[in-house]
Design a protein around this ligand. Structure first.
Ligand SMILES: C[S@@+](CC[C@H](N)C(=O)[O-])C[C@H]1O[C@@H](n2cnc3c(N)ncnc32)[C@H](O)[C@@H]1O
Length: 191
């Protein structure tokens, strides 16, 4: 079985197992951007514009009312995170807001197994404990009864980032406000 590194094939499985995280995050996103009108510019920092942060931020509008970095900052090294927030810090409008997901400090690794059923198929995600620091490995299996229909192994970089880690990445123009378990808001810092 080959080990894959890109999101191209991972996306199918990733989205299947993101229902709960987004059920928790949805109310925070709505609350963070509720004050914005229809014309507001809210950007989600993810490779939807076929670009990566911070290298391709120039593809985004010059003025930003809001931004979302959900389950993505752990893929960025410190320099890239700081580059991203420096860019956002110079473009977030007064009264603007960003939402970032955060994690609790890492306390040792254990394998986590999740399952989802879609019709006759059971999808299993094994998030493996093994692997170097700042690296994740997951094995996804699709089963029909006892038969293993297909399986994929993914590995990539992931850093566990707490609210404190992300606050340390912000330029002086931005400030972080914890907004609940696993989520924080980023606003312009008081002058
Ligand atoms: C765990 S998924 C999260 C997707 C979505 N934000 C969510 O919450 O469901 C991580 C995403 O980060 C993207 N990504 C990884 N490195 C990135 C970078 N440097 N810039 C922008 N997006 C990146 C991947 O393509 C992938 O879509």
């Amino acid at each position: 079985m080959s080990t894959e590194t890109s999101y191209e094939r991972l996306a199918e499985f990733h989205d299947l197992f993101m229902t709960e995280p987004w059920e928790r995050l949805g109310p925070h996103v709505r609350a963070a951007f509720a004050q914005f009108g229809d014309g507001a510019v809210v950007v989600e920092v993810v490779e939807v514009v076929a670009g990566a942060a911070p290298a391709d931020l120039g593809l985004l509008p010059e003025r930003v009312d809001g931004f979302v970095c959900a389950h993505v900052l752990g893929h960025l090294g410190r320099a890239d995170r700081r580059g991203l927030f420096a860019w956002l810090g110079s473009r977030l409008c007064a009264g603007g807001a960003g939402l970032v997901t955060t994690q609790r400090p890492e306390t040792g690794r254990a394998e986590v197994v999740e399952t989802r059923r879609l019709g006759d198929y059971e999808y299993r995600a094994h998030h493996l404990a093994a692997g170097a620091r700042h690296e994740y490995t997951s094995l996804y299996e699709v089963r029909q009864g006892d038969r293993l229909v297909r399986s994929y192994r993914f590995t990539g970089d992931w850093r566990v980032l707490t609210a404190q880690d992300i606050a340390a990445d912000l330029p002086a123009t931005l400030a972080l406000e914890p907004a609940g378990d696993g989520v924080a808001l980023v606003r312009r810092a008081a002058a």
